[in-house]
Design a protein around this ligand. Structure first.
Ligand code: COA
Ligand code: MG
Length: 319
């Protein structure tokens, strides 16, 4: 009861409580995470106007080897321009061990995005070696690490990689699933419903939830197939993903809608909060809410959902 009252009375306390809640750990909206090839200046500029929660500036697979230098220069110019307001900025680099890794890391240190996204993370060491590089360079603490989980070893080691996030100074914040690479490596066909991929997707979810990270679902390649994309977002939301990696502006609205709570869910969450705030519920851990049992764990979920709805509303009014 005290938990609930304090949370509603004091914004600072509420923020603290939410940050302790594993369901709201990152405090960031990550419903729509749009990838944009760093080589495409027109698309880079477009991101300023788009309603996505985060942008991944890609230096890896979408940039040809002979264009890597130009792509880095584009990002230098973009980051020195008008700030990208209200969106997380993530730069996806090439593998650190590749011919491009060193120059990519130098760019990360120069631009200080919100996060560096590491491709093809196979084992905890891939994360920890970049954590060490950032620490050695005195990179700001809020420069985080995101990891692409997109190889067979990445899936097998997902729990150990996520656990590395517990190591002091690891900076690990979020997993992004990459199914194009995973399908290529495993031979699993791109069938609707992703039947044969679901066990691996859920392995990623249980790993991130065990260690307090976020998880972003893979891209959906057919950006003209709006209904199929909508269905895949709904499926990913039901699996527990926080958002979806996108490749095209046409996918933003569906991602925001599917990964944000709808009116009915917000109303239900507020009803749970009100039920526990009722003096009659004092000292009770379970309540009969019109024929349905609700427990205090549902209160935590409801607080989390209302918190997310508030972040979305604040984003809308800031525009
Ligand atoms: N980010 C920002 N703007 C984008 C965009 C993106 N990812 N994808 C397309 N756009 C813009 C285009 O620049 C175009 O703008 P314009 O009308 O002002 O010229 C508009 O959206 C419509 O684009 P469209 O003509 O439908 O597509 P396209 O042929 O320009 O691009 C892709 C299609 C797939 C090449 C492009 O969407 C893309 O590069 N996506 C990201 C790929 C990526 O990051 N891959 C790596 C991760 S898997
Ligand atoms: Mg990939």
């Amino acid at each position: 009861m005290a938990f609930c009252c304090l949370a509603t009375c004091c914004k600072a306390w509420h923020t603290f409580v939410m940050s302790q809640n594993p369901l709201t750990r990152s405090m960031n909206l990550r419903r729509s995470v749009l990838s944009v090839p760093a080589i495409n200046v027109r698309a880079l500029e477009k991101t300023r106007l788009l309603d996505c929660d985060a942008v991944i500036f890609d230096l890896e697979d979408s940039v040809a080897p002979e264009k890597k230098v130009e792509a880095r220069e584009n990002l230098r110019a973009f980051f020195s321009g008008k700030p990208l307001e209200g969106k997380e900025r993530i730069i996806r680099i090439n593998e650190v061990s590749s011919a491009f890794g060193r120059a990519d890391m130098e760019l990360i240190l120069a631009l200080e995005p919100d996060a560096v996204l590491l491709p093809k993370v196979d084992e905890p060491q891939n994360v920890m070696s970049v954590s060490d590089l950032l620490a050695d360079a005195d990179a700001p603490e809020n420069l985080r690490i995101w990891a692409m989980i997109e190889t067979p070893r990445g899936i097998l080691n997902a729990p150990a990689i996520a656990e590395a996030g517990r190591t002091a100074g690891s900076r690990l914040d979020c997993f992004v699933v990459g199914l194009n690479d995973l399908r290529k490596e495993t031979g699993v066909l791109p069938l609707p419903g992703r039947t044969y991929l679901v066990p691996w997707l859920m392995q990623v979810i249980i790993a991130v939830r065990a260690y307090g990270l976020d998880a972003i679902d893979s891209v959906f390649n057919d950006f003209n197939e709006a209904d199929a994309f909508d269905a895949e977002c709904a499926e990913a939301r039901a699996m527990g993903f926080d958002g979806k990696m996108l490749i095209h502006p046409a996918q933003i609205e569906a991602a925001n809608r599917n990964f944000g709570p709808d009116e009915a869910a917000i109303a239900e969450a507020n009803a749970v909060i009100a039920a526990f705030a009722d003096p009659a519920a004092e000292g009770l851990n379970v309540i009969n809410a019109n024929g349905r049992m609700i427990e205090r764990l549902h209160l935590v979920q409801a607080e989390s959902l209302v918190h997310k709805a508030r972040l979305i509303a604040e984003r809308q009014t800031a525009k």
